[in-house]
Design a protein around this ligand. Structure first.
Ligand code: PLP
Length: 451
């Protein structure tokens, strides 16, 4: 029974990113099953998952093919490591597949169990790279405010979430943050194009302030996800690329959300027209069916570290875990066989775009943005000035999210920005349900804040 499960949950289960005492009073919503884009809870409600779990279940829930691959691999070889000059078939086959899909000379995969771990790896990789090049002092990584790169000490330090830095004395040394390209909230009177350039040039100013001989890398999500699905102005990434190239700074694209079809291409870097030296991957790599992540590394960085004459002293027990790797490989094959990226580009994105943008006619909505199948709407009391609500940041967003959940739609809020990232297999009729439930929830939230 739901009540008993909620009591056990409250008694023994500490939740991520949650005020547990408040949750204990309310009781968690307990999810029991998933099929396609729908979840079922312990009360039998059918919920449309507009977030694909945590941006990861790209292929949708309940795919038998992936369960079968996992079971077969567990029987054949449940675990072995890739340390100490050993390897195994799933890790090899998946690395080769990722290298085939990744653009340019991103040909080498270092596995991790998650996006956070992969970003920790990236800190070690770029510092090791410059060390081997004889420039150990080139060890500062520049990131952005409001970025999310994970929850480990390294990942949270690379991230620019002030709430995370405040708890635990972060960031760790030699990680610095510049402003994000969030035109709607911070662009003032500038056009998006002017603002995008100005924000990119903060990178150049920071490199000049620190000295290019001290800066190892810049890291960014091609489209900021957990920060509120911030799609940067078109001028932003080309300028970042130019600045990294000019100053000899490695570019790391955190593709944990934007990878594997989310923006309609295999990688968000392709959508944004950038050529990173390293990509962080996780989530959609296995459509969330197994925990796996990694770094895709270009020839130059790999060859330098591999040829250093010394071990790269880094690794996780579950690097390239055979079951997770086998599941991820089958997931990538299914994305290809079922032409899921074509579906995103030609069917789901255009259909959702039309309906999503129409939401900006709602009295509560200032702008509606969508790249591939990741989108956001800004809630505002004044569409003209793009003003923020006077109440605590996030209150109206929180109310709207609560109404969505009550109306059996998972949509997240980041402050007063509502975000979606549905499974990539979502159909037009399911998009209709999503929009219908979102509109009802916006109406209810609007009525509530006016009452
Ligand atoms: N990087 C980005 C861009 C993410 O969105 C996330 C998770 O949401 C991470 C890294 C961390 O990944 P994980 O939660 O798998 O550690």
């Amino acid at each position: 029974p739901t009540k008993e499960l909620q009591a056990l949950d409250a008694a023994h289960h500490m939740h991520p990113f949650t005020e547990d005492a408040a949750l204990a009073k309310k009781g968690a919503r307990i999810i029991t099953r998933g099929k396609g884009v729908f979840l079922t809870d312990s009360e039998g409600n059918e919920i449309l998952d507009g977030m694909a779990g945590l941006w990861c279940v790209n292929l949708g829930y309940g795919r038998k093919e992936l369960a079968e691959v996992a079971a077969r691999q567990m029987e054949e070889l449940c675990y072995y490591n890739t340390f100490f000059q050993t390897s195994h078939v799933p890790a090899i086959a998946l690395a080769a597949k990722i290298a085939e899909l990744a653009p340019g000379d991103l040909n080498h995969v270092f596995y991790a169990g998650s996006g956070s771990e992969a970003n920790d790896t990236n800190i070690r990789l770029v510092r090791r790279y410059w060390d081997v090049k004889g420039k150990p002092e080139k060890n500062i990584i520049i990131s952005r405010k409001n970025a999310y790169h994970g929850s480990t000490m390294g990942g949270a330090s690379l991230g620019g979430m002030s709430g995370m830095h405040a708890q635990g004395g972060l960031p760790i040394p030699n990680i610095v943050h510049i402003n994000q390209p969030h035109w709607y909230a911070e662009g003032g009177d500038a056009t998006p194009e002017e603002f995008g350039l100005a924000r990119a040039r903060e990178l150049e100013a920071k490199i000049e302030e620190l000295g290019a001989d001290r800066v190892a890398a810049f890291i960014g999500e091609p489209i900021q996800g957990a920060g509120g699905v911030i799609i940067p102005p078109a001028t932003y990434w080309p300028e970042i690329q130019r600045i990294c190239d000019k100053h000899g700074i490695l570019l790391i694209a955190d593709e944990v959300i934007t990878g594997f079809g989310r923006t309609g291409n295999w990688f968000g870097s392709q959508t944004m027209g950038i050529k990173p030296h390293i990509m962080t991957i996780a989530k959609g790599l296995s459509s969330g069916y197994a925990p796996i992540g990694g770094s895709i590394i270009c020839d130059e960085v790999f060859n330098t570290i591999a040829g250093s004459g010394d071990d790269f002293n880094h690794g996780y027990t579950y690097c390239g875990h055979p079951v997770a790797a086998a599941v991820a490989l089958r997931n990538l094959e299914l994305l290809e066989e079922e032409k899921v990226l074509d579906h995103v580009r030609n069917v789901a994105h255009p259909y959702l775009m039309e309906r999503w943008q129409a939401l900006s006619d709602h009295p509560l909505v200032g702008e509606a943005k969508l790249a591939g199948l990741m989108g956001s709407i800004a809630l505002t009391p004044n569409k003209e000035t793009r003003a923020k609500f006077a109440s605590d940041a996030g209150t109206v967003g929180y109310i709207t999210r609560e109404r969505c959940f009550a109306n059996n739609l998972v949509m997240r809020h980041v402050g007063d920005r509502m975000i979606i990232s549905p499974p990539l297999v979502i159909t037009p009729s399911e998009i209709d349900i999503l929009i219908e439930r979102a509109t009802k929830s916006l109406d209810e939230a609007y009525a509530k804040i006016r009452s």
